[in-house]
Each structure stands twice: as structure tokens, then as C-alpha cells.
Design a protein around this ligand. Structure first.
Ligand code: GAF
Length: 372
């Protein structure tokens, strides 16, 4: 394994183990996790593989096969760039009172670039999973996910919810994860598209609008302010949407409209899956996209064109997935329509002079685990 060879080369020893954690795609339930709502992601077949060993001197040495030279971090607060996602997990474990000293780590990732499929959550969760085992901490998968989220929130400074880390830690092959982000109760929902002659295509726009980096935090603030104004703990608790909307104006009103209806869309989609009606979920995907575009305002031209052209090309439904402002869209497509969808999206991009997006099917893969 590449990561083992690199570990030997960098640190002059055999690693005691190799772990893997996947990225995720979200079927539905977008920007609901930090509103205590519902999400339905699944782990994808791409992620981060890590060879890891303990160190007893408090030092963290880390090398990424996708970056340059190994980084040595003596003082956790001095970590920079991508290494913060790794070091942040060591920090979060220590902050929670776990006796984690140092580590030597080599990571190798294959999450497609710019896809918005949570390579950062995969990186955090693989490190958490490896250290949990190497230090015998006995943490449950959800506890690892929560520590990974804490690393991202409080060490990296990105105020994400729990969806990505939970999907990476708890994913199961062939299943999506229906997660209640308040109680953290999760249920594995069989999601077998092949049996129905369907595919879930990922359309990777390859763009990331940097200017939008502060927008995630702004959306979260809008939601929290709206919840306060409505006198509820979180937007999850809004039961009378019309009444709530009557009390709000401007952006807050739009955000509430999205979050409340999106939670219902997740439940409706689960209902269809339970009824064996996976072919019928397309309309919910489309509605989710329109709501994210018009009410939550986190889409962008590349995502809208991907979604619209996929549907025009014969997809049963499509939507942006993840945080937005770039990354990927997903499209639910019957096997015999895959080619026409591919063509419709590719020519819509070509007409605008945009680089062709990568388009590939995704199936639910297993969550974080030890490989060797
Ligand atoms: C990003 C965040 F990291 C998630 O927690 C979630 O909020 C998502 O955006 C939007 O649904 O991936």
C-alpha cells in the first residue's frame, strides 16, 4: 500500500496499522444539521487512508501524499493549512481528557478535487479512528464524529454541523444514514439503486467560490437569529410554518422557509424509500434544489446549470449537495438515460465556455474502518 511505503520512507518504521475513512454525499437534508434537523447522507467509495503510529513525546508528524514535505508540529497551536484538520483531532481528544500524546501519520486521499464531498471530514475521522484504537480509548463511532466536528469548529474555525463527520464514521455499504441531528439517533436505510435500474450520478462542477467562504457562517447565524426571534431552541422546533413566516422578514424569513420545508422533505423521502418507491424521490430532490437556490441562497450558476441540464437530459431529479457555492450536484438517473444526461450536462457547460464537469456514479460505501 502506497501509504505504508511512504510511512516507512518518512519515519523509518513499519506503521502498526492502516485506517480508512470515506467522504460523503448528501441525498437530502441540506443546511438542516446545525438546526437540529434531519439529514440523509451516505459514505462514498473515496476518502482518506492513513498509516498511523503513536509517539510518546507529544509531537505530531504528518505527511500527506497530496501535499509536499512532512510537517512536524511540536506546538499544536502552530499547525497550518491542511495539517490543522489532523492536529485539530489530537487537540480535541486531549481537550476531552483523553491521554493522547503524539503520533506519526501519513495520509493519502482520493476524494475528487473540488467535489465538495467532505475530504476534510474524512481526514478528521480517519485520524480520530486510528488514535482511538492506538491509544485504546474505547470511543464509539458517534463520539469520534463529535470530536472530529469539535476539531473543525473550534480548532480549524469552520462552524459546520455534524452531518459530514457522522456519515464518514457511521456509513454502511449499500445504506444511507438517516440521522436526527438533535438526538443523534441514526438509522441505516437500505439504498440500492442498481436493483431499480437507477444510478445516482455525481456531477462535480470543479469550482469553489472562495468569496463565499464566510457565507456558511452567515447562514448559520441567520438561522440562529431566526430561532431566537421565534422563541424556539432551533428551527427544528418550528411547527407552524405560516405563523413563523408571518413574524419574520428578509433573509431570516427565507432561511426558515428552507430549513422547515427541507426537514419535511427528508421525512417524505424516507417515507418513499420505506414504501419501496425510490423511483419517486426525484421531485423531492428538485424541490430541495429550488429551495437551496431561492430561499437559502447557497447555489451558484455552475450548480444550477448542472441540475437544470441533468433534468432536461432525462434525470428523475437533481440537486446541489453539501454546503453549496460550488462542489457537486447529484442526479437520480435511470440506467438508459445516463448517456443523455451526461451529454446534456456536458454541452450545457460547453455552451457557456466552462470546463466539462466530471460525472460519475456513487454507491453507498462502508464508513471508517481499519484496513490493515
Ligand atoms: C457542510 C457542513 F460541513 C455540514 O455540516 C452541513 O451543514 C452541510 O454543509 C450543508 O448541509 O458540508
Amino acid at each position: 500500500m502506497r501509504v505504508v511505503d511512504a510511512f516507512r520512507e518518512s519515519f523509518g518504521a513499519e506503521p502498526p496499522g492502516v485506517w480508512h475513512a470515506p467522504g460523503r454525499v448528501n441525498l437530502i437534508g441540506e443546511h438542516t444539521d446545525y438546526n437540529d434537523g434531519f439529514v440523509l447522507p451516505f459514505a462514498v467509495p473515496w476518502g482518506v487512508t492513513a498509516a498511523v503510529s503513536r509517539r510518546e513525546d507529544g509531537v505530531v508528524r504528518v505527511r500527506s501524499l497530496q501535499a509536499g514535505e512532512p510537517v512536524t508540529v511540536d506546538d499544536l497551536d502552530r499547525a497550518e493549512g491542511w495539517s490543522r484538520y489532523v492536529v485539530g483531532v489530537v487537540w480535541a481528544l486531549r481537550a476531552a481528557g483523553h491521554p493522547v500524546r503524539g503520533a506519526d501519520i501519513v495520509v493519502d486521499g482520493d476524494v475528487p478535487q473540488g467535489a465538495g464531498l467532505s475530504s476534510s471530514a474524512a481526514l478528521e475521522v480517519v485520524v480520530g479512528t486510528a488514535l482511538n484504537e492506538l491509544y485504546g480509548l474505547g470511543l464509539a463511532k458517534m463520539e469520534i464524529a463529535l470530536l472530529a466536528q469539535k476539531a473543525e469548529n473550534d480548532f480549524v474555525g469552520m462552524p459546520c454541523g455534524i452531518m459530514d463527520q457522522a456519515a464518514s464514521a457511521l456509513g454502511e455499504e449499500g445504506k444511507a444514514l438517516f440521522l436526527d441531528c438533535r438526538s443523534l439517533a441514526g438509522r441505516a436505510i437500505p439504498f440500492d439503486l442498481a436493483a431499480e435500474g437507477l444510478q445516482l450520478l455525481i456531477i462535480n462542477t470543479g469550482v469553489h467560490h472562495e468569496l463565499a467562504d464566510g457565507q456558511y457562517a452567515r447562514r448559520r447565524e441567520d438561522c440562529e437569529n431566526a430561532a431566537k426571534r421565534l422563541g424556539v431552541d432551533a428551527l427544528r422546533d418550528v411547527t407552524d410554518l405560516a405563523g413563523a413566516l408571518a413574524k419574520l422578514t428578509g433573509d431570516e424569513r427565507k432561511r426558515v422557509q428552507h430549513v422547515v420545508t427541507e426537514n419535511h422533505r427528508v421525512e417524505a423521502l424516507i417515507g418513499l424509500l420505506r414504501a419501496g418507491a425510490v423511483r419517486e424521490i426525484g421531485a423531492l430532490l428538485n424541490a430541495s434544489h429550488l429551495s437551496l437556490r431561492d430561499q437559502f441562497e447557497v447555489s451558484c450558476a455552475e450548480l444550477d446549470v448542472a441540475v437544470e441540464s441533468a433534468v432536461r437530459g432525462g434525470a428523475r431529479g437533481a440537486r446541489m449537495t453539501g454546503g453549496g457555492f460550488g462542489g457537486s450536484a447529484i442526479a437520480l438517473v435511470a440506467d438508459d438515460k445516463v448517456e443523455s444526461v451526461r451529454q446534456a450536462v456536458t454541452s450545457a457547460y460547453a455552451e457557456r465556455g466552462w470546463a466539462a464537469p466530471e460525472i460519475y456514479p456513487a454507491t453507498p460505501a462502508a464508513g471508517a474502518r481499519r484496513l490493515a
